[in-house]
Design a protein around this ligand. Sequence first.
Ligand SMILES: Cc1cc2nc3c(=O)[nH]c(=O)nc-3n(C[C@H](O)[C@H](O)[C@H](O)COP(=O)(O)OP(=O)(O)OC[C@H]3O[C@@H](n4cnc5c(N)ncnc54)[C@H](O)[C@@H]3O)c2cc1C
Length: 492
Amino acid sequence: MAKTIRVIGGGVAGLSAAIRLAHKGYAVSLYEQNRTLGGKMNRLTMQGYQFDTGPSLVTMPFVIEELFDSVGEKITDYMSFVPVNPICRYFFPDQTVFDAWADRKKMIAELERSFPNEVDNFKRFMAYSARIYKNTANVFLFSPIHEWLRLVNLKNLLLLMRIYQIDPFRTVHQAVSRFFDHPFLIQLFDRYATYNGSDPYRAPATLNTIPHVEYALKSFYVRGGIYALTEALVKLAQRVGVSIYTNTRVEKILQKQKRVSAIRIDGENVDADAVVCNSDVVVTYNDLLSGLTRQTCKLNQLEPSLSGLCFFWGVNKSFPQCKQHNIIFSDDYAREFHQIFQLKQPPDDPTIYIAVTCKKDPQHAPSGSENWFVLLNMPYLTSNDPWDLTVTRMREQVLTKLKKAGIDAEAHIECEKVMTPLDIRDTFSSNCGSIYGLSSNSMTAAFSRPANRNRDLKGLYFAGGSVHPGGGVPLCMLSGKMAAELVSRYEK
Ligand SMILES: Cc1cc2nc3c(=O)[nH]c(=O)nc-3n(C[C@H](O)[C@H](O)[C@H](O)COP(=O)(O)OP(=O)(O)OC[C@H]3O[C@@H](n4cnc5c(N)ncnc54)[C@H](O)[C@@H]3O)c2cc1C
């Protein structure tokens, strides 16, 4: 008889793991506490406007394609990627506007126009970024690193020795500053540390591989909205036979003789041969598991990633000066991250990110209007204090800053919803409201990130942004793949 695998959480990683396991012949049930699937990759509609509530840019589409291939389906029957070009329009404090292109020729032309002395620096930086990818991807992204770290053999020693080539001893900012002279370009390339919720002034320069992923491997939007990826995954899960239960919270994971034995739902025990947790790893150890005190204490010491404050604005005017993705930078990036990560307070001059999907999918807003998803970096939560006053203050700051950048939207906001760090925490059971799980603010972060399998409690596996290899859609999908591979290795 097929072994029974229970998946806790219907985020992108949980769905990915469930699909692979069902295809391998396991009896898979997936439980999601919310009404809708997709976790942070969700959708909001209001008054004729439609918004993606989480991810707005997808990188490494080959990871998603491989999932469909692996179960014998054609991704084009489910969804389509749309290249994003320019990737992002940047607004700097002195009114400089700069478009970053994935297309190399266009990017160089743009640099020649705005920062002519930086063209060669950019080429050298991108070669360096590609080199880090080449040296890290197989070890840190595509394999369950904790499994092979146990096995000290010649091949692994050689891999560890190559660590020097991936620049782990400087910070992102230190390395970027060695390549570029202009503070605006330093700020632009420092920003990539936030792609996994980290601080550019503390995260290891290894994260400088992200520009290679975004520019050379290209960046995409999903036709219809990023939520169309959630819909495609749900359809695929149903097709391969995953039993899906929404509005169903898992209360406990039970164990017998050092092995997972059941999960508890509504006070009832439901047998399990193995459990894949897509729930945040820190919350899972604290709330769903018992008796793993040493591991729980260790996890509680790891630093969560950035949180975020989101405004969803229905704006009854078109702003041709904005692209699909826009960044309006703060005047002092170091101060912004000091306030966020050291003082753990909302920055007084936030960098503003605005995504406008109706630029690609006009049906996402009424004619002549735009759907603005506005995201500000925020500290992870250290208290339960209400956010009302901060929301009011940040809203004013954002609108004033936009006006200064020539984007006067205040009088045109006809409907609004807000998502605070408290909402992120409470809706997705995310540790301290973090967006990407754990931060990579230390040299050893890649190694201290929790593993996809618990070696003390048999039958317990993890998939999601809070475990290896980390946050963001493609990495979460890879963690789903790793968890599924480990289940098939150990739960025969
Ligand atoms: C505002 C924002 C912007 C982002 N932008 C990008 C971007 O541009 N590009 C990118 O790649 N990534 C982006 N991300 C990050 C990306 O969304 C996440 O890394 C990814 O979606 C996380 O997926 P996951 O499967 O790990 O977890 P989640 O999406 O958090 O899913 C976990 C699920 O488990 C459920 N759950 C938890 N506990 C239980 C329980 N006890 N019982 C039942 N269900 C439970 C939760 O309700 C949730 O649905 C963004 C995130 C946010 C919030």
